[in-house]
Design a protein around this ligand. Structure first.
Ligand SMILES: Cc1cc2nc3c(=O)[nH]c(=O)nc-3n(C[C@H](O)[C@H](O)[C@H](O)COP(=O)(O)OP(=O)(O)OC[C@H]3O[C@@H](n4cnc5c(N)ncnc54)[C@H](O)[C@@H]3O)c2cc1C
Length: 241
């Protein structure tokens, strides 16, 4: 496929919406091959792979024992190395880099399954909803701590009766009679980092009047964080050599 790169149409000529790539002729869209990686992108991969090899793999037995402090410590170290802020804008203490770097950093963490799940939930589904859809106030409040690893993120969509069928979720939020807060009822399951995260992206339906709840504190009376994280004990690949 790489030999077709010279046939690429200018991006403006190719409408790029939804699943349109399925119907475009081969070679109609720009694509990246490893030969095109920049020195900086390669350096990010090496930094990430060295971190996985030297810091993460040594702790793998602790993951299986549900030792969340080990995972929190590694998130903090990954933050110090700049591995958590690739997709976060510089104005929110991130690096604001490109998607190729983001992909390479994610791949560099893949050598240890439990850690890769924790890392991916934090940087991807836990942080990106705020990057893409957060208000300026929410971004300023959460992103600097997530990009630095001072706080850990989780994403709570799945429930006992629904997983990828997001509209089947039954958790609801209802405005309190005095209009000051929302009362959330429901339960989430299989939430990576659920047992120890600080920031949760929670999917729910709003019943009755009012706009959707925007944020909630961990430990709000009546809420109970998951007792166990789904990331512990995932073994999907040998450690990187
Ligand atoms: C390691 C791990 C970590 C996880 N972490 C999280 C997390 O952090 N947060 C979270 O919310 N959840 C998490 N989950 C749960 C995960 O999101 C769900 O398992 C996933 O959405 C699949 O849902 P399900 O298991 O209910 O399967 P189902 O949704 O029932 O799907 C079963 C099968 O049916 C297929 N299918 C589903 N709908 C259709 C359709 N309309 N048409 C055709 N085929 C269809 C699916 O492709 C799949 O093959 C995690 C799961 C694992 C294993």
């Amino acid at each position: 496929m790489a030999e077709q790169a010279h046939d690429l149409a200018p991006a403006a000529e190719v409408p790029d919406r939804g699943g349109s790539f399925l119907f475009q002729p081969v070679g109609a869209r720009a694509f990246v091959t490893p030969e095109m990686f920049s020195d900086e992108q390669r350096q990010f991969f090496r930094t990430g792979a060295d971190f996985t090899r030297n810091e993460v793999v040594a702790h793998r037995d602790r993951f299986a024992d549900h030792d969340y402090e080990a995972l929190r410590g590694l998130i903090a170290k990954a933050g110090e190395l700049g591995l958590l802020g690739v997709d976060v804008g510089e104005e929110y203490s991130g690096l604001g880099l490109d998607k190729v770097t983001s992909m390479l950093v994610a791949e560099s963490q893949a050598g240890e399954g439990s850690w890769a799940t924790t890392f991916g939930a934090h940087t991807g589904i836990g942080t990106l909803p705020i990057v893409f859809f957060g208000t300026p106030e929410q971004k300023a409040r959460y992103l600097p701590d997530l990009a630095s690893g001072r706080k850990v993120a989780a994403y709570a969509l799945s429930e006992a009766g629904s997983g990828s069928d997001a509209l089947g979720a039954k958790t609801v939020a209802r405005l309190s009679p005095d209009g000051t807060h929302y009362v959330v009822n429901g339960g989430k399951m299989w939430i990576t980092n659920g047992g120890f995260a600080d920031v949760y992206i929670v999917f729910l339906k709003v019943e009755g009047p009012g706009s959707p709840p925007s944020s909630s504190k961990r430990g709000t009376p009546g809420s109970a964080p998951a007792a166990r994280s789904t990331s512990s004990g995932c073994a999907v690949a040998p450690p990187p050599r």
